[in-house]
Ligand binder design. Sequence first.
Ligand SMILES: Cc1cc2nc3c(=O)[nH]c(=O)nc-3n(C[C@H](O)[C@H](O)[C@H](O)COP(=O)(O)O)c2cc1C
Length: 307
Amino acid sequence: MRTILPNELSHRDRHQLLLSGVSPRPIAFVTSVDLEGNVNLSPFSFYNAYASNPPIVAIGPAIAAKSGRAKHTWLNILATGECTISAVSYSMVHSMNLTAAEYPHEVDEYGKAGFTKRPSVQVIPPSVAESPYSLECRLMENIELRRDIGGNGNLMLLEVVAFHVADSVMIDGRVDPRGLDLVGRMGHAYYTRTQDLFEAVQPPHLPIGIDGLPDLIRTSTVLTGNELAQLAYVPGLPMHDGSFPQFDQSFRADSLDIELSCGRPEGALYVWLQNGDREDKTTLHRIAQMFIGQNKIDEAWQTLLLE
Ligand SMILES: Cc1cc2nc3c(=O)[nH]c(=O)nc-3n(C[C@H](O)[C@H](O)[C@H](O)COP(=O)(O)O)c2cc1C
């Protein structure tokens, strides 16, 4: 493990090191308008949400380290107090990238990238019609971060005054993350696409935690940290259920290897019980692991309790 102090790095290397690990970051596709009405569209991945009552987001338009140039976005929002932020879907990513080029102040990047303007209801700047999710924002506070050293960042706190969500990404009153298909910015030129989704629901009770697991489970050589944590979500140690497992008369299973390699924990358990090798705890843990992988936590616990 390396330990690196910020002052040991050049500005460029420090920037990349920071952004490689603070990652993936959402991208704010910011539309702002200057006092003459020139429209600007630029991406910012120094971006996140910080509060929901009232809804507050923040972006970080930096001062260019070499030239000292301030971002047009920053100057426009300082001058007018308004902007919109559009989320960036995968289908928009290369067009979005075009807008990050340093076009002269008066150039409208909507034209450069081929995006369409959607009129706003609370602020002057429009938003990107191709985006399934956008926010209208008013500047709450601008914080200049160490202006004295140059090449510094700025933190613009923005209050959300209107949300726009495409009907096509709403399912049962909730925003469907698959429909949004958002991208995240990572280190260097890497991006990630949010298609590999999973849920990690927080239990409504106090979990027993890893240190509450029985030693035989906690010290398993098979179960990973994530798998142990899924077992540790329970509010108390489960009791062994004498009726587990139940197989009806027509139940058939192949060999242990086949059942395990085909992802059939019930079949593997059936064979394990038939073979009667009660000392084979490793297989029992592999079966429990498979149940966890299928989100059958009760079955995983009952399998482990057969020990
Ligand atoms: C995905 C992406 C994220 C970016 N994030 C930031 C950022 O957070 N802060 C920043 O100062 N520049 C960021 N940039 C660079 C600006 O978008 C770029 O400097 C742009 O030309 C600024 O435009 P403006 O001067 O018209 O506001 C990013 C570029 C890309 C492609």
